[in-house]
Each structure stands twice: as structure tokens, then as C-alpha cells.
Design a binder for this molecule. Structure first.
Ligand SMILES: Cc1ncc(COP(=O)(O)O)c(C=O)c1O
Length: 336
């Protein structure tokens, strides 16, 4: 681990700029903006952090991470950090499963995240990535007797998937990682090889997103999203025992469905063919936000258009996460 600080004065204006005007961040920036990051106890610049080629987690997938969003509110000229304590609490649970220890309390982690955002002076929607990983530069797969590193970086970020017209999904041929082998409720870097297999299979077959089944054939979730289905006025979502990541957005959405839409929410296993016969379907997550699904395996969902409840839910969700709804102010922390 090397962490070399450069004097402030050597940065050009372009290097320091991390602002984007557009809603969607550029897909592949040629050079990553030289943002402020947090790495092993210090704030530094992205380009100054050097990780060795032998970094353990790079080879073995032995890291735990989070994805957190902050939303820019144009009217208030304020950035709202969404549900950060819940993300760091989940990260602590993921770490515990992997026998890692987060180097800070949740409160400290939230404050560090706020500091990263403030230093970068973001004025757009932002995605924040905390990562705790095995950092020793040595060969040998294991979890014990090994050094760890912890980092937080943040980048301007738009929509992760299409959220307006509705997604066309396929049920993946790849099954979700089972709790018996790679616990899905822990957000482990290595598990995302499974997500990547499913996502690429779907995209390369012409679909927008994958829906993944458990090993025993029940609907689990999307490649990086939880799933909700609406049928005959009841909302159904897979239980936490069906190898899902216990989504922070999922919890928020369950609350909104009950409180704002007045619909009952049932957590139960879902059969594959229920996806073909429900009235509305949606995927949700920090990245995906609230994403309507209009087709599964070339079968239309409902009338093939974005569902009425889903649309309403999406509107309410965006109002809340952008800090526009007084009732849900406690979901967010103002950054500036
Ligand atoms: C596999 C998986 N499921 C579900 C989710 C949704 O979780 P959250 O709402 O906490 O972002 C994510 C996103 O992080 C994910 O990667």
C-alpha cells in the first residue's frame, strides 16, 4: 500500500474538476477525474493511490463493499446523502460474515463520506463506493492472518438502468449464489462474478437486465436489484431467505408501498411463471432506483406498459431521495 500525497498547488483546474452537468455520467471517461478519496485513514487524490498487482482481493474476490447514492437538488442547491447509516450497518454485517472488521463506527463512516463529498464539491447526482478488502500482496486464498484496506471513492453518476420506458428482462440461466456457498446477504465482491455472468448473458441476448432464480428455482432478484411483483392489488417480494441481498432500497420501497400506495406487501417465494402473469413488475436498488419491468422472457408484463402503481412509486421515491418531501427528510443527510 502506497499513499503518496502531492502538494495541492500542483493540480491543474481540469484535474480538480469533478462536476458534470448532464444527468447521466459519461460511460467510460478516458481518465478518471482526480477526485478526493479516503484510503486507509487519510484523504488523498484518486491518482495518487497505488495498489499493488498482487493485492489479495483483486485475485480472490475477498472484499465487502457498498453502493450509496447522493442526489443533487437543483432548487435547494443541496446534495442529499441517502440512507448512509443503513449502508454502513449492512457493510458491518457483510464484514462480520467474512471475518473482517470495519475500521470505523457507522457515525464516523458517514462523516468521512460527507467529507469526501464536500472536498469534491459535487453538484450532480453521485455514487459512493466504500470497499473493505484483503490487501496483503501475497499468494494464498484465505480470510485469516491477512491485512485489510478500506477506501471510499465517489463519482458523478446518472441512471444505472433505464427507468422511464421499462426494462425487458430475461430469466438468467445462471442461478443466484446460495447462502450455503457464498452468502448473498453479504455484499461480497466475489459474488458479483455471478451478477456479471447474468447481466452479460442478458445484454448479449438483447435484453436490458437479468432476473436470477435461486438454486431451487424460485425468483431471487435482478443482477444488482431486488424485485417486486404486483398482482391483484397485492405486492409480493422474495423473502430474505431466497438468497437476495437485503436491499436498503427494498426496505424503503416496502414502507412506501404500505404508507403511500396503501397496498399490502407479502414476502414469499415467487415462481418463475408468476413473472409472466403478474400485473406489474419492478426492480429496485441504489443503482437501479425504481425501474419498471415491461417484459420477461419475451412475454409482456401486464399491458406491456409501465405499471400505474410502479409509476406512482417511482415519483414518490424520487421526491423523497432528492430531499423534496418533508416527511422523508430523515432518509437523507444534507452534504453542504
Ligand atoms: C445483488 C443485489 N441485489 C440487490 C441490490 C439492491 O440493494 P440496495 O437497495 O441496498 O442498493 C443490489 C445493489 O446494491 C445488489 O447488488
Amino acid at each position: 500500500m502506497r499513499h503518496v500525497a502531492r502538494p495541492e498547488a500542483t493540480y491543474t483546474r481540469a484535474e480538480m474538476s469533478v462536476e458534470t452537468k448532464s444527468k447521466a455520467a459519461p460511460k467510460k471517461p478516458a481518465v478518471h477525474p482526480n477526485t478526493w478519496v479516503y484510503y486507509d485513514g487519510e484523504f488523498g487524490r484518486y491518482h495518487d493511490i497505488k495498489l499493488g498487482l498482487m493485492t489479495h482481493a483483486l485475485h480472490y474476490g475477498t472484499g465487502v463493499f457498498e453502493g450509496i447514492r447522493a442526489y443533487w437538488n437543483v432548487k435547494e442547491e443541496q446534495l442529499f446523502l441517502l440512507e448512509a447509516p443503513a449502508h454502513y450497518d449492512r457493510m458491518r454485517r457483510s464484514a462480520n460474515i467474512m471475518r473482517f472488521k470495519l475500521p470505523h463506527s457507522t457515525e464516523e463512516l458517514v462523516n468521512i463520506t460527507l467529507e469526501v463529498l464536500r472536498r469534491n464539491q459535487f453538484k450532480s447526482d453521485v455514487y459512493i463506493r466504500p470497499l473493505l478488502f484483503t490487501a496483503s500482496e501475497e499468494i494464498g486464498v484465505r480470510l485469516h492472518n491477512i491485512a485489510h484496506s478500506f477506501l471510499i471513492y465517489a463519482i458523478p453518476f446518472g441512471n444505472y438502468v433505464e427507468i422511464e420506458g421499462g426494462l425487458r428482462c430475461m430469466v438468467s440461466t445462471w442461478r443466484r449464489v446460495p447462502d450455503q456457498s457464498l452468502p448473498a446477504r453479504a455484499k461480497i465482491t466475489g459474488s458479483y462474478a455471478q451478477s456479471a455472468l447474468a447481466k452479460s448473458e442478458a445484454n448479449e441476448a438483447g435484453f436490458d437486465e437479468a432476473i436470477v432464480l435461486t438454486v431451487d428455482g424460485h425468483v431471487s432478484e435482478g443482477s444488482a436489484e431486488n424485485l417486486f411483483m404486483i398482482k391483484d392489488g397485492t405486492v409480493v417480494t422474495p423473502p430474505v431467505t431466497d438468497d437476495i441481498l437485503e436491499g436498503i432500497t427494498r426496505t424503503l420501497i416496502i414502507g412506501l408501498i404500505k404508507d403511500e400506495l396503501g397496498l399490502p406487501v407479502v414476502e414469499r417465494s415467487i415462481d418463475r411463471t408468476e413473472l409472466y402473469t403478474c400485473d406489474e413488475l419492478l426492480l429496485c436498488g441504489t443503482g437501479a432506483q425504481v425501474a419498471p419491468v415491461i417484459e420477461v422472457d419475451r412475454r409482456t408484463v401486464g399491458n406491456g406498459k409501465v405499471g400505474e402503481f410502479t409509476q406512482e412509486l417511482q415519483n414518490i421515491y424520487f421526491g423523497a431521495v432528492r430531499g423534496e418531501t418533508p416527511k422523508y427528510k430523515d432518509w437523507t443527510i444534507p452534504v453542504y
